[in-house]
Ligand binder design. Structure first.
Ligand code: AMP
Ligand code: GLY
Length: 420
């Protein structure tokens, strides 16, 4: 069978590497893909958000199954369009993807169904938002743009001045475009953050191994938020007891709530959780695999990923017994100096073999280009180096050992992934 994976990052590389293990798959295509991915999957020159172009390609090429990985095509209805054209697709419908596409939708869902989350108010008028923050006078205050904002639509304001600035830039200057027509102002929560990705077919929920992201660009959680500078799995804070509570209080109620709202969720549902003193609460939902969470979670998966994707789509996830390795994984992101702000690209990467790999680790390509057999940097996040081990220290040692041997001009990576 021919399989099409939509997207172009390290997460897509991880999905494709896992799908390669499936005997049922003949050839994998990736639209648009990247340099490292092109070693495993044929690149397709169609943008991830180009629905008509994607459906046309899939029909012409005789694609037997498609995997829609990033948030924006899902929120635009890519999975629905492929299915309508007769191409089986893994990924939630447009209606179900609202759980990530609109923070207002997600927050009202949690309020209506009693799913633990931060207290909040919604505003479509900047003056009212500011008046509310002033009245509450509780800092830090959390201000979130309603729609998608490349993971950058959240501001933790330390004082009224910062809050006013955030509301203005989101709602008046529209730094995130239409995503800022409404804002959510919510209570600041404290606790350890844990990411749990789960397969769900809208009846059964199968949580994957837990993980922990490192969102800030510099060590000790300093500097601006990024898409994620590194991950570890499993999270040492996600004990069996916490997992049990999350399942009962968050995972099952969320899937049930989506059914009751008439938008059953089928795909990978990402729970961004914070373990507060009152118990686990939801910080955010994503309608897809996390990046770089996937780069530590999927290497620990023992079951055939394609079998899982098909079972999710066909609503028979209850028939599978999904298995995980007992060890740990750590991923260190090598980024272009300057990311998440301005950075240069086009630098040659030293230390990789002709497959774009390094011995003893898995190198996931996030932003690379392949030219005359050489890999060049082509994005903010360039590579994700994943080490696997019997435990976290071993996994970290492998990842950092290799990261130090891979080089390109102005490379930046955090040296404290997994240290906390
Ligand atoms: P999000 O894009 O919703 O994941 O938010 C980005 C980051 O902001 C999260 O990973 C948290 O570190 C932080 N954050 C978001 N909401 C809250 C909150 N209510 N309380 C504390 N931190 C938050
Ligand atoms: N790493 C966070 C995300 O994928 O949203």
């Amino acid at each position: 069978m021919k399989v099409l994976v939509i997207g172009s990052g390290g997460r897509e590389h991880a999905v494709i590497r896992k799908l390669k293990e499936s005997r049922e798959i003949g050839k994998i295509f990736c639209a648009p893909g990247n340099g490292g991915i092109s070693v495993l999957a044929a690149p397709v020159d169609v943008k991830a958000t180009d629905i008509d172009g994607m459906v046309h390609f899939a029909k012409t090429e005789g694609i037997g199954f498609a995997v829609v990985t990033p948030d924006d095509p899902l929120v635009l209805g890519m999975a629905d369009a492929l299915e309508a054209a007769g191409i089986p697709a893994f990924g939630p419908s447009k209606a179900a993807a609202q759980i990530e596409g609109s923070k207002v939708f997600a927050k009202s869902l949690m309020k209506k169904y009693g799913i633990p989350t931060a207290k909040y108010e919604v505003f479509d008028d900047p003056a009212q938002a500011i008046a509310y923050i002033q009245r509450e006078n509780r800092f830090p205050a959390v201000i979130k743009a309603d729609g998608l904002a490349l993971g950058k639509g959240v501001v933790i304001a330390q004082n009224l001045g910062e809050a006013k600035e955030a509301v203005r830039s989101i709602m008046e200057d529209r730094i995130f475009g239409q995503s800022g027509s409404r804002v959510v102002v919510e209570e600041f929560l404290t606790g350890k953050e844990v990411s749990v990705l789960a397969f769900t077919d809208s009846h059964t929920v199968v949580p994957m191994v837990s993980s922990m992201d490192h969102k800030r660009v510099y060590d000790d959680d300093q500097g601006p938020n990024t898409g994620g500078m590194g991950t570890i799995a499993p999270s040492p804070y996600y004990t069996a007891e916490v997992a049990d509570r999350c399942r009962k209080e968050i995972f099952l109620p969320t899937v049930e709530a989506m059914n009751k709202e008439g938008c059953p969720f089928k795909g990978c549902l990402y729970f961004g959780l914070i373990l507060t003193e009152q118990g686990p609460k939801v910080i955010e939902y994503n309608c897809r695999f996390g990046d770089p969470e996937t780069q530590v979670v999927l290497p620990l998966l023992k079951t055939d990923l394609f079998t899982i994707f098909k079972a999710v789509r066909e609503e028979r996830l209850d028939q599978l017994d999904i298995q995980w390795s007992a060890g740990a994984a750590a991923c260190v992101i090598l980024a272009s100096g300057g990311y998440p702000k301005k950075y240069e690209t086009g630098f040659p990467i030293q230390g990789l073999d002709e497959q774009g790999q390094y011995p003893g680790v898995i190198v996931y390509h996030a932003g690379t280009k392949r030219q005359d057999g050489q890999f060049l940097t082509a994005g903010g996040r360039v590579l994700g180096v994943t080490g696997l081990g019997e435990d976290l220290p071993q996994a970290l040692e492998k990842a950092y050992g290799a990261a130090a041997k891979i080089h390109f001009p102005k490379v930046h990576y955090r040296t404290d992934i997994g240290k906390k």
